[in-house]
Design a protein. Sequence first.
Length: 515
Amino acid sequence: MSEFFKQLIVQLTAIWVRLSLQQRIVTIALIGLTFLGMTGLLVWSQNDTKKENGYKILYNDVEVDDAAGITDHLQKNNFKYKVENNGRTILVESKNIYEIRMSLAREGLPHKAGLGYELFDKTNFGMTDYVQKINSRRAIEGELQRTIEGLEEVKSARVHIVIPEPTIFLDKQQKAKASVVVKCLPGRVLSKEQVRGITNLLSSSVEGLRSGDISVIDYSGKLLSNPFTDNDEAIVSSHNMELQQNVEKYLEGKANQFLENVLGPSKAYVKIACDLDFDRVEKNHEKYDPESRVIRSEERIDENKKNAPDGDNTRERSLSNYEIDKTMQHIIQEVGNIKRLTISVAVDGRYNILKDGKQEYIARTPEELQNIEDIIKNSVGYDLTRGDQISVSAVQFDNEFLRKEQAEMQKREQWDFWLSIAKYVLGFFIAVLFIFFLRYLAKTVSEAMNPPVPALEQFGFEEPVEEAMPEDLRKTSEILERVEMLTREEPVNIASIIRQWLMESTSNKSKANKR
């Protein structure tokens, strides 16, 4: 093995001596770049290993009291940790993270969001009725808190329930009340339906609790539930206003969608004011038709007298009762019917691009406005007898801000396009340069490994000159080549010929001996 290394060193030294100055610089640069690349890979792998063996997040966005309990437990068990984000994020060594989590779980850290019915898992015979009631209320609050925190928009919640003591006097019986404090995730809000669902959840979970006695607020103190729960008239008015807004949004959506499909986006805008009838009316109608008579009853009496003083006689009497046709109607008109619609439509015109790049506004023709008016009437259910009004106006929209945004977007897209093209071109040139560099390097190494043979004149020798071969030698060489070819192709014939030659030579020698 040592002999091999000696020969390798000798060969490398010989190659190095043969290289020129430029070739030596290129070789040293290549070796240096390779060494730096390998060193970078090693450092990067070491950094990844350090990251894997470094600190990881144990718990993020924890409450301050939970963070205090967790850090105290880590200090007692000699675990290394870091605290970030104003004490709300705790980091520990990644190799111990699962062990730490199991250890904290045994200690009940971090504390669960509210205690539920697990309060009654342990039996305490010394518990008084008062403590039993308190724990029962705490369990209900904890279970409701967990249920509310299960909503997608809710980050945390607190539930407080007040259950008064029962009394035998009904007029002195207090109502159960509850309040909910909700903290939503960033960028999320609770809708009215969700708030109504939370209040119905609490009223259905606590005996004697009504939806009107539940308050829902957020962490900023904003009241989310309906504040007019005790005023029936205010509740009705709020409901009517909400219904009116929903009807207006529905009709506006239909009209705007229709115009958007016809004229294009942002070319027309519809606003509808809807007047609803919230009066609940009951009507009774009785209608008589004197022209229509129907026999209700008929009575006929026939009397025949014979042998009477005044002689025999016959008397007939009939009585008919007629019923007049009568129609009775009981009509109940529900609330929410549309009394009148007031529709306002603003329509943008067309724009013609001039040679200098400016836009020329072209207003809509009266025929186009009339067609748009007819479309809106049919889409929203326009009724002239109801007193509906509609106004369609051709207005030039101020799209300056939109045009600026579009211009900025086009510039940004064009810049991104040219930047991507530059990246591809730069990558192509780098690849070509790298190929030429490899080609040059291979040529340099090949020349170093196979140096050109120096001319003999440098050492005082003359190169041998090929002399012309004589004719007889040339013919002899050709004969020998043919014989060699025949020997390979027909070895049997050649063997018989040689055998015959030997026999002839033997017979000639014997004849010569006899003479």
